[in-house]
Ligand binder design. Structure first.
Ligand code: PLP
Length: 384
C-alpha cells in the first residue's frame, strides 16, 4: 500500500503500518525487550538494542511520519525530550528566535537549561511575520514557532515564517501539539521540523507522556536520530503502543473536539458574564484569516475572561465545574479546565504574563468529546 496516496483519515489508521511479520498481528506487539539475539556478532534482524531502535517504537515513528506528511519520525520520552533533541542540533554562540507566548516548559528548557550552554534565545511576538526578519542576526540558527499559542490562541503564519527562514538558511521548527496534523501540517507549509507533545491530542486519552519529531530531510533526520540515540530519551514500547492506538482515532476525536469547541466558544461569547473569549474561529480574532488558510478547522482549545473577574473569581468558576476536570494538560477525550495564572503560567512574573494577555481571571478550557449539552450545562451552572 502506498501510504502517501491515502487521505488523512486513512493515514491515521494505516500510515506506515503492516501486519506483524511473525504472526500477522494487526496491532504491532509491545516488544517489551531491551536487547535482541544475534547469530554472529553484528548479525541480527534489524534490531540490536532498544535505545537505538525497538519495533513498537518504529511502528509509531512510521505512523507519525505518515500523518505529518513527513519522511522520518522520531519518538521521545516526552514532548520536552523531543524539544531538547532539537536544541542539541545547535552549538554555543548560536541564537534562536522563539514565539513569546509559548508553552511554559519550553520557555523553562530554553532559559534555564540551554542558556547556560551559550545558546541565546530571543522571545518575540510573531503574529506579524514580517517583523521577524528584523531580529535575525548572522548567528540565528533556529526559529521556534508555536501556533495556536498557549493560552492566548494567537495564530502565526507558518508559510510566511518559512519564507523568511529559508531566505536566511535558518531551521524552522513548529510545535504542532495544539493543532495536530488533523488541522495543520507544518511540513507542507515549509517548516523543517514538526514537534509534538504526543501526551496531548495524539495519545488523546491522558494516559501517557510521549514526544515526537517529524522531518522530511534525510540529513536532518540522521542528525536527530544520532542525538535521540546518543542522549537516550527514547519512548518505551508500551508508550509507543498507546500513542499508536490513540492516533488511529485522532481524526474522529478531532472532529468532535472541533464541533464541541465551536459550540462552547459561541456559547461563551454570547454569555452576559463573559468579557472576552479567545478562539481562532472567531472572525474578529487577530489573524483569523491566516487560521482559516493554514488550518482545516479551529480546534477545541478556548480561553476566556469573566467580566470584572479577579484571580479568585476565576478559581471559583474552575472549582465549580463538574464535567470539566480541574487539571493541567489538554487534548484528552475528557474536558479539562485550567487557570493559567496559578497553574501553567505561575512561574512567569505577573507583569510579564499580563503583557501577553494572561490576566489573573483568564480561564483555559480543553474541550473534550463528551456531549455538547452536558458541557454547556456545566458552564451554565458555574457561571451563575
Ligand atoms: C505539553 C506540551 C509540551 C511538553 O510536552 P510533554 O509531553 O509534557 O513533555 C510542549 N508543547 C506544548 C504546546 C504542550 O502543550
Amino acid at each position: 500500500m502506498d501510504d502517501k496516496k491515502l487521505k488523512f483519515n486513512s493515514k491515521t489508521i494505516h500510515g506506515g503500518q503492516q501486519p506483524d511479520a511473525a504472526y500477522g498481528a494487526v496491532m504491532p506487539p509491545i516488544y517489551q525487550t531491551s536487547t535482541y539475539a544475534q547469530s554472529t556478532p553484528g548479525s541480527h534482524k534489524g534490531y540490536e538494542y532498544s535505545r537505538s531502535a525497538n519495533p513498537t517504537r518504529t511502528a509509531l515513528e512510521k505512523s507519525l511520519a505518515s500523518i505529518e506528511n513527513g519522511t522520518y519520525g522520531l519518538a521521545f520520552a516526552s514532548g520536552l525530550a523531543a524539544i531538547d533533541a532539537i536544541i542539541k542540533l545547535l552549538n554555543p554562540g548560536d541564537e534562536v528566535l522563539s514565539t513569546n507566548d509559548l508553552y511554559g516548559g519550553s520557555y523553562r528548557l530554553f532559559r534555564q537549561v540551554f542558556e547556560k550552554f551559550g545558546i541565546k534565545f530571543t522571545f518575540i511576538g510573531m503574529q506579524d511575520a514580517e517583523k521577524i526578519e528584523g531580529y535575525i542576526s548572522d548567528k540565528t540558527r533556529l526559529i521556534w514557532v508555536e501556533t495556536p499559542t498557549n493560552p492566548m490562541m494567537n495564530i502565526i503564519d507558518i508559510e510566511a515564517v518559512s519564507v523568511i527562514a529559508r531566505k536566511h538558511k535558518i531551521l524552522l521548527a513548529v510545535d504542532n501539539t495544539f493543532a495536530t496534523p488533523y488541522l495543520q501540517t507544518p511540513l507542507d507549509l515549509g517548516a523543517d521540523i514538526v514537534m509534538h507533545s504526543a501526551t496531548k491530542y495524539l495519545g488523546g486519552h491522558s494516559d501517557v507522556v510521549v514526544g515526537a519529531l517529524v522531518v522530511k530531510d534525510k540529513e536532518l533526520a540522521t542528525r536527530l536520530y544520532f542525538i535521540q540515540n546518543a542522549s537516550g530519551a527514547v519512548c518505551g514500547p508500551m508508550d509507543s503502543f498507546l500513542v499508536l492506538r490513540g492516533i488511529k482515532t485522532l481524526h474522529v476525536r478531532m472532529q468532535r473536539h472541533c464541533e464541541n469547541g465551536k459550540a462552547i466558544a459561541e456559547y461563551l461569547a454570547q454569555h452576559p458574564k463573559i468579557e472576552k473569549v479567545y478562539w481562532p474561529g472567531f472572525k474578529d480574532q487577530a489573524n483569523h484569516d491566516i487560521a482559516k488558510h493554514q488550518m482545516n478547522d479551529f480546534g477545541g482549545m478556548i480561553s476566556f475572561v469573566p467580566k470584572g473577574g479577579s484571580y479568585e473569581d476565576a478559581i471559583n468558576i474552575a472549582e465549580k465545574l463538574r464535567v470539566f476536570t480541574l487539571a493541567e494538560s489538554l487534548g484528552g477525550v475528557e474536558s479539562l479546565v485550567g487557570h493559567p495564572a496559578s497553574m501553567t503560567h505561575a512561574s512567569i512574573p505577573k507583569e510579564e504574563r499580563e503583557k501577553s494577555g494572561v490576566v489573573d481571571a483568564l480561564i483555559r478550557l480543553s474541550v473534550g468529546i463528551e456531549d455538547e449539552a452536558d458541557l454547556i450545562a456545566d458552564l451554565e451552572q458555574a457561571l451563575v
